[in-house]
Design a binder for this molecule. Structure first.
Ligand SMILES: C[S@@+](CC[C@H](N)C(=O)[O-])C[C@H]1O[C@@H](n2cnc3c(N)ncnc32)[C@H](O)[C@@H]1O
Length: 308
């Protein structure tokens, strides 16, 4: 991998002064924006260790080696276009919607430019036998699907992740929005031998072929959901670990390198660590990076590789 000074791992560093040593944590390396800007190496070892990077994925992805990642799981901004922060239920309580700054784009064109940039970089770093998953809602998934195809990926399936207890449509002028969609794609139409653990999935599904409509997964709640002392969610779109477990079981193997460019609370890395996969997670917000550190520490304390 290149470092942020533009050299490759193993090259003589072209930086002035010595870059600070990246911080070694519970089985992973943490790169802060300062480390990154000072030229801390991403490729410290081969194969790379687990790496948590606080930074903008549009910048960070360009430092990752081509064809080096086995699986990408991306849960990008939805571009929900929420116009009001004051959405209320009929009983006048406030709805906890996704109105975060990270989800704001000025236009579809801006969102498309952003999406195209990270999709292209992800395609470059994806191994020819690897695959990518992108999850989204009706607000963004059709744009993402088109851009996946336009940038050269080949779509393998779309999955409906159905929610058992979705939030009702309070004004009652539309259907209850009760699912999200995942698109699963490979690097190109000609890519062969894509990892797909058909038998493991069939076993999980009581001996029947796993279908593309997933009705049996929970939403993220209970002890798994990160909350503050007042019970408020610490991240608006934390995904359930069960969803990632299925994705990783289906399309990766032990030791594979899994990358999440929009890590949020770190669900992908937490599950990857537990399932014996290596991981790279990128998250722009320092507050979420801290949540990730806490979660990974708890997994490390409970022992990795609990489930395969
Ligand atoms: C939909 S959330 C991901 C939630 C995650 N799957 C989880 O289970 O917690 C998207 C995340 O991407 C982050 N983000 C948005 N734009 C980013 C960028 N350009 N680079 C890195 N992270 C970004 C946001 O801060 C947010 O935490």
């Amino acid at each position: 991998m290149r470092n942020s000074a533009g050299t490759h791992a193993g090259d003589e560093p072209a930086t002035v002064g010595t870059p600070p040593a990246p911080v070694e944590r519970h089985g992973y390396v943490l790169l802060s924006p300062d480390d990154f800007n000072a030229g801390a190496l991403l490729g410290l070892r081969t194969p790379p260790p687990n790496i948590l990077i606080e930074g903008d994925c549009l910048e960070v992805l360009s430092f990752i080696e081509s064809n080096s990642v086995d699986l990408i799981f991306a849960d990008p901004p939805y571009n929900l276009q929420l116009k009001t922060k004051d959405l209320r239920r009929p009983n006048n309580t406030l709805v906890d919607g996704v109105d975060d700054q990270w989800d704001q784009f000025t236009s579809f064109e801006e969102y498309d430019r952003f999406t195209e940039r990270w999709l292209k970089e992800c395609r470059r770093i994806l191994s020819p036998t690897g695959s990518i998953w992108v999850i989204g809602s009706y607000h963004n998934i059709f744009r993402v699907g088109r851009l996946l195809q336009d940038t050269g990926y080949w779509i393998l399936n779309d999955i409906v992740y159905a929610k058992k207890n979705p939030m009702p449509h309070f004004r009652g002028v539309r259907f209850t929005n009760a699912h999200e969609t995942l698109i699963w794609a490979k690097k190109s139409e000609g890519a062969r031998k894509i990892t797909f653990n058909y038998r493991a999935l069939k076993e999980l599904n009581g001996g029947k072929q796993m279908r593309s409509d997933w009705w049996d997964l929970p939403i993220c709640g209970g002890a798994e959901r990160l909350r503050d002392a007042n019970g408020n969610k610490l991240h608006s779109t934390q995904k359930p670990e069960a969803l990632l477990e299925r994705v990783l079981l289906a399309t990766s193997g032990p030791g594979d390198l899994v990358l999440d460019p929009f890590a949020g609370t770190g669900t992908t890395g937490v599950v990857a660590q537990r399932m014996g996969r290596r991981w790279i997670m990128i998250e722009r917000e320092a507050a979420y990076r801290e949540l990730i550190e806490g979660r990974i520490a708890r997994v490390a304390d409970n022992g990795a590789c609990e489930r395969q």
